[in-house]
Design a protein around this ligand. Sequence first.
Ligand SMILES: Cc1ncc(COP(=O)(O)O)c(C=O)c1O
Length: 472
Amino acid sequence: MTSTKIPNALAIDINRAAAAPVGEQIYASVRQAIVDGRLVPGARLPSGRDLAAQLGVARGTVRVVYDRLTAENLVFGAGPAGTRVCAQLPLSATHDEVPLDGPLAVFHRPFSSAPQPFQMGVPAHDAFPAKVWARMRTRAVRADAAAYATYADPRGEPALREQIAALLAVSRQLQCHPDQIIVTSGYRQGLMLVLTALHAHGRTAWLEEPGYPLARRALELADIAIAPVPVDEQGLRVADGIVSAPDALLALVSPSQQAPLGMPLSAARRHALLDWATSTGAWIIEDDYLGDLQLEGRATAALAAGDGAERVIHMGTFSKSMSPALGLGFVVAPRAIAERLIEVAAILCPAPNRTTQLAVTEFVADGHFLRHLRQMKALYTERRNHALACITPFLPGTRAAGLGLIAPLPPSTDANAVVGMARAQGLAPEALSKWYLQSSHAQHGLLLSVTNLRPDNLEAACATLADIVGLH
Ligand SMILES: Cc1ncc(COP(=O)(O)O)c(C=O)c1O
């Protein structure tokens, strides 16, 4: 019997001490040889038996590699003519294209890396209850693996929706039935769900000025006209919205703690907003991204709580209270549109990842969630006070807002230049102007989250920022 030698072009180096399994290493070598063109179209690969013998691995290992390459349309079985490289490689096999970076310009990068000092929108990495969470996730993975191979409830796990309803009653004074709750992958998905269900395309939405940049982009992408409505010390200036866009379909607001300025919507403005929505048939989207994670005093009740709130669609998220890596949030559907929202969710964006849902259910039910929130409030208050003391000397007028600080810059200082230099030094402040639709209206300053200012990095981070500001 003849045996095929490994062609020279197919350099396979197996490192048995490496973390990657041997099969993975063989696959990567063969794939690379094909993608690089060292193995040309039509080239014959050694038989599985020969390759296994020459590499000293089981035949099954090579068979799995060849099956995988076949499934990826890189090789094909030519019967007696052996396994050969395909004539036309799939486009994704070649990696020499320019990466598509542009479309995600509004996001902080890199993704899935440790949060940087001052980075907005992320909780304290060092204070995440990793051990308890890992335990609950492990249990959830087991429970999920033992579950029936069937469709899960597209609204989210009933037990999680019950826990969320109970949490909302306690911490947001919001009474709702668990059936009104739709579990989402976060605020962004909730927004998409509502915009779709309400046929908002071509209509107008009020947006706080300043307001959450991703919400602004969501409206633009959905072809919704934006009416920027200014914010003052009482929150959204409802009367201005009524003048500029009286027949808007939607108002996007963050009533509990305005994002990013931090003030609650005053009682008078709440009434005015609810009255406007009731009288015109508009819908209010309540972005409750911080929930009751308020550092000073008690958070006000949700706008969706109580009488007159039938036009409020409440949205919560676990991104700030736990971690954005969970990818979990929820919408509380007003009864009048609940069926429609649920149908759209079930068909276009069913509740995500059952394992995460089960783990969060246990985390909340066992009291870990409320305990964690209490601990985070104390921790963030301490970090904020320390940061205020360090930053005020070089940026007077710095004040607390939400889980961070707003630091006014001198008029001659270029906020974007400061942000650029800070990024190069591993810090992540944001220019306040990025949160405005009309940059000519913007307050001049920086947004500085305090969540990841730890005792071991806080003073150095503030000192570096002081140096950068001093240069401009
Ligand atoms: C104002 C505001 N709303 C909502 C969110 C949460 O978004 P998601 O639940 O999609 O992570 C954030 C996160 O940074 C935010 O800043």
